[in-house]
Design a protein around this ligand. Structure first.
Ligand code: SIN
Length: 529
C-alpha cells in the first residue's frame, strides 16, 4: 500500500527529540508526519527520571559554587574522557536555557513551580543544575507536554508502523520510508529520532522499544556512525533477582545527589577512595567500581542506602523509585535498595553536524540515535534530554533551510526485505557476558560469533524487524569495540586497561559492500565530526 503523504519531513520516533523536531518543523510551515512502531506512550523518554541538565540564569542553587555554562561544559568534557567535540558541547549546553523556556511554554511543568526551579546533582556534575519534574518523573512530564502539544497542533501521527528502510529515488536522493507490511511514506527529508539500543543486552533500563532501529536504518542507508563502542551502563538499576531479564526499573542518580550512599553487601562503602566526587563521580567510574566490588564480594548487586531521606521525602521526591521498590516488597525507607549496573544509553550513533544532518543528504538524526560529539566516551548525566530538546529544534530548522535547495526526489525505489537475523536471546546473552563493563579480545570474538550466527529471513513481523536491527547493531558495536584497543570512558578493555593517547579519536563505522559493519578508512579525528 502507498500512503501518498508527500510530506516534507517524516520523523521516525516520538520521544523528546522527535516530537520537538516535529513541532518546530510544523511551526516553520513544513508538512510533517511522525511515525512510531508502537504508540506515542511507549517510548524511552517517558522513563527518564533524573532530569534536564541546564544552567538557568538567576536561579539560586543549594551549592557553594556559582554555576555557569562554562562549568557545565567543563563537567561534560571531563565526563566524556577526551572524546567530546567541544564545539558541540558549547553549542548544545549554551542553547539549553532557551530550549527549556520553549518546553515550558509547550506546557511542561518542573518542580519548584513559577519561581525558581528546584535543582539537584547527578554523577559528574559539580553544581546543582539538574531540573526535574514530578520528583523523579521528568521524562514522563516532558513526553506528556510534547505529546499534548503535538495533538494540539494536529500533527499527523502513524502509530504501530515499524519502519524497515530509508528509501531512495533512482538518482540516489532520499525519497521516503518503507513500512513493514508494504506501506511507503514519501518524503523529501527523513529524521531518525528512534532512541538507543539498550535491548542489545539481557538487562537494560530502557523501554522495550530500544532495539537499535535507527542505527540499523542509518547504516543501511549508507550513513557514517561513530563512538558505538561507548554503551553506557547506568550504575543503579533495581536488582530484582538472578533470573531477571529485560527492562529493569531505574534507581535515579538523583538519589545519590540527595545523599544516598553506595555500599557493598558487607556494608563497606563502594566509592571511598575511588574518585574525588565519590558517589557522584561520572557514571562510567561508578559503574566500573560497582562491577569490581560485585566481583570481589561474589555478589550480583550492591546496595544503595537512602534510608536517611525518610518515608515522606522518598514518597514525594522519588515516587517512581519508591513504587518500583515497594512492588518488589522492599521499603526504601527501612532497607537499602539492591542495585546493579544495566545497559542504559548509546553515547555514539549516527554522525551528525550541529544541525542534525547525517552524511547522507536528506537524512537527519537527533536524540540518542545521533552522535553529535556532545557525549564523547561517556555521557554526563541528564545531558540527553537537553540534547534532544536542543537538537530536535535545530534539526527542524536545518530541514526547513535545506528543503529550499534540495531537489524534489522522484518515486522511491523498492527495497529488499530479506535480512540476516540472529537469535535475540543468544545475542543478548553474549553482549551481556562479553561486551558490558570489562571486555577482551576473546570475549568480543565470542560475541561476534553469536551476532554472526544469522539466517537470512524476510521481515514478516515487528519482532523480525527489531531482531534484524539488533543483529546489525550488535555487529556494529562489536566492530568498534574490537578496534579500540584501549580503555576509555564506557569502553573498559581488561586486555588493554590503559587509556592510550593515540586513541584520542572517534572510530567511524560504516557498512562494507557485503553489508558488514567495518571501521571506516578515515576515522574521525579528535572527537570532531
Ligand atoms: C538518572 O536519573 O539517573 C538517569 C539520568 C540520565 O540517564 O541522564
Amino acid at each position: 500500500m502507498t500512503w501518498d503523504v508527500t510530506a516534507d519531513l517524516v520523523v521516525v520516533g516520538t520521544g523528546v527529540a522527535g516530537l520537538t523536531a516535529a513541532l518546530r518543523a510544523t511551526e516553520l510551515g513544513l508538512r510533517v508526519v511522525a511515525v512510531t512502531k508502537t504508540t506515542i506512550e511507549d517510548g524511552n523518554t517517558r522513563r527518564a527520571q533524573g532530569g534536564v541538565a541546564v544552567v538557568l540564569p538567576g536561579a539560586s542553587g543549594i551549592t557553594d559554587i556559582s554555576d555557569s555554562v562554562e562549568a557545565h561544559v567543563a563537567d561534560t568534557v571531563a565526563a566524556g574522557a577526551g572524546l567530546c567535540d567541544e564545539n558541540a558541547v558549547w553549542a548544545i549546553v549554551a542553547a539549553g536555557p532557551a530550549a527549556v523556556t520553549t518546553l515550558r511554554a509547550r506546557g511542561a511543568g518542573f518542580d519548584g513551580g513559577a519561581g525558581e526551579l528546584h535543582r539537584t546533582r547527578e554523577g559528574g556534575h559539580r553544581a546543582f543544575r539538574v531540573i526535574h519534574a514530578g520528583g523523579d518523573a521528568t521524562g514522563a512530564e516532558i513526553e506528556r507536554a510534547l505529546a499534548g502539544a503535538a495533538r494540539g497542533a494536529g500533527l499527523p501521527l502513524l502509530e504501530g508502523q515499524p519502519v524497515t528502510d530509508v528509501l531512495f529515488d533512482d538518482a540516489g536522493r532520499v525519497a521516503g520510508l518503507a513500512l513493514l507490511g508494504g506501506g511507503v511514506l514519501r518524503a523529501r527529508a527523513v529524521l531518525l529520532a528512534t532512541g538507543g539500543l539498550g535491548h542489545l543486552y539481557a538487562v537494560s533500563t530502557n523501554a522495550e522499544v530500544a532495539t537499535g532501529d535507527g542505527l540499523a536504518l542509518a547504516l543501511r542507508a549508507g550513513a557514517v556512525t561513530a563512538d558505538l563502542e561507548f554503551v553506557q551502563f547506568h550504575p543503579t538499576a533495581l536488582y530484582a533477582g538472578h533470573a531477571s531479564r529485560g527492562r529493569q526499573p531505574l534507581v535515579t542518580e538523583a538519589l545519590r545527589g540527595e545523599g544516598a550512599v553506595l555500599l557493598d553487601i558487607t556494608g563497606a562503602p563502594v566509592m571511598t577512595g575511588v574518585h574525588p566526587l565519590g558517589g557522584l563521580a561520572p557514571r562510567d567510574v561508578v559503574a566500573a567500581a560497582i562491577t569490581r566490588r560485585m566481583a570481589a564480594t561474589a555478589a550480583e548487586h550492591v546496595l544503595l542506602d537512602a534510608m536517611h531521606l525518610g518515608d515522606a521525602l522518598l514518597r514525594r521526591r522519588f515516587p517512581t523509585v519508591y513504587a518500583a521498590c515497594m512492588a518488589l516488597g522492599l521499603d526504601p525507607a527501612c532497607a537499602p535498595i539492591p542495585v546493579a549496573p544495566a545497559a542504559h544509553y548509546q553515547c555514539g550513533g549516527v554522525v551528525t553536524d550541529l544541525s542534525g544532518r547525517t552524511t547522507v543528504p536528506g537524512l537527519y538524526a537527533a536524540g540518542e540515535v545521533a552522535r553529535t560529539g556532545l557525549h564523547g566516551a561517556n555521557r554526563l548525566a541528564s545531558n540527553s534530554l537537553l540534547e534532544g530538546l536542543v537538537m530536535g529544534a535545530r534539526t527542524a530548522e536545518a530541514v526547513a533551510a535545506d528543503l529550499m535547495s534540495l531537489p524534489r526526489p522522484g518515486p522511491p525505489l523498492p527495497c529488499c526485505l530479506v535480512r540476516p537475523i540472529a537469535d535475540r536471546d543468544a545475542v543478548q546473552q553474549a553482549m551481556s557476558a562479553h561486551v558490558g563493563i570489562g571486555r577482551d579480545a576473546a570475549g568480543l570474538t565470542t560475541a561476534l560469533a553469536a551476532a554472526g550466527a544469522t539466517s537470512p529471513r524476510p521481515l514478516r513481523t515487528a519482532r523480525d524487524a527489531e531482531d534484524a536491527a539488533l543483529t546489525l547493531a550488535a555487529a556494529a558495536v562489536l566492530a568498534a569495540a574490537t578496534a579500540r584497543t584501549e580503555s576509555r570512558g564506557c569502553h573498559l578493555r581488561t586486555d588493554h586497561p590503559r587509556t592510550a593517547a593515540r586513541w584520542r579519536r572517534s572510530i567511524a563505522i560504516v557498512l562494507d559492500d557485503a553489508g558488514v559493519p567495518v571501521p571506516a578508512a578515515s576515522a574521525l579525528v579528535g572527537g570532531a565530526a
